[in-house]
Design a protein. Structure first.
Length: 158
């Protein structure tokens, strides 16, 4: 149930746990990352190894997030690095929704033992890059995946 505050719908962030939330997460991801459209089976696989969440404002889907926890098999001495990705559909940006998704993802990453926080943004998403830079991330690498034409940008929290 969505809570109301002064007649305005509240943001509700929930963990992906069923077919409906899998489809919601898939929809947001595929709109924002059209160069890497994921099937439901691929989303299911990601949900097994990562923390996936969806965000609704009232009954309206507005975004999703991914937290990739630190790798259990990292080399000795390597810092425990988690990746936090907040995605907000274009029509719902600049309303503080990304900040709320990011804050929740950051808390989950830290709870998983992360010492270093990273994120990744598709270069064709200037809003996402602006958001990451405004939240203290610095660019560390740009790369193309095989067959892609739009680079990804890796950033670390300074």
């Amino acid at each position: 149930m969505t809570e109301q505050s002064g007649g305005r719908a509240e943001l509700r962030i929930t963990r992906v746990a069923d077919e409906a939330t899998l489809r919601d997460w898939q929809h947001v991801h595929n709109v924002i990352i059209p160069t890497d459209v994921l099937s439901l089976d691929q989303v299911r696989e990601r949900a097994r190894r990562n923390r996936l969440e969806v965000a609704h404002l009232g009954d309206v889907l507005v975004g999703c997030s991914t937290v990739r926890p630190p790798a259990a098999d990292r080399a000795p001495g390597d810092p425990a690095t988690a990746t936090v990705i907040a995605r907000v559909l274009p029509a719902h940006r600049r309303q503080g929704l990304g900040a709320a998704l990011y804050a929740q993802g950051l808390a989950a990453a830290r709870a998983s033992g992360a010492e270093v926080i990273g994120t990744v943004v598709l270069a064709s998403n200037p809003d996402g890059l602006r958001f990451a830079l405004a939240h203290g991330f610095v660019e560390v690498e740009r790369y193309l995946l095989p067959g892609d034409q739009v680079p990804y940008i890796d950033l670390l929290l300074a």
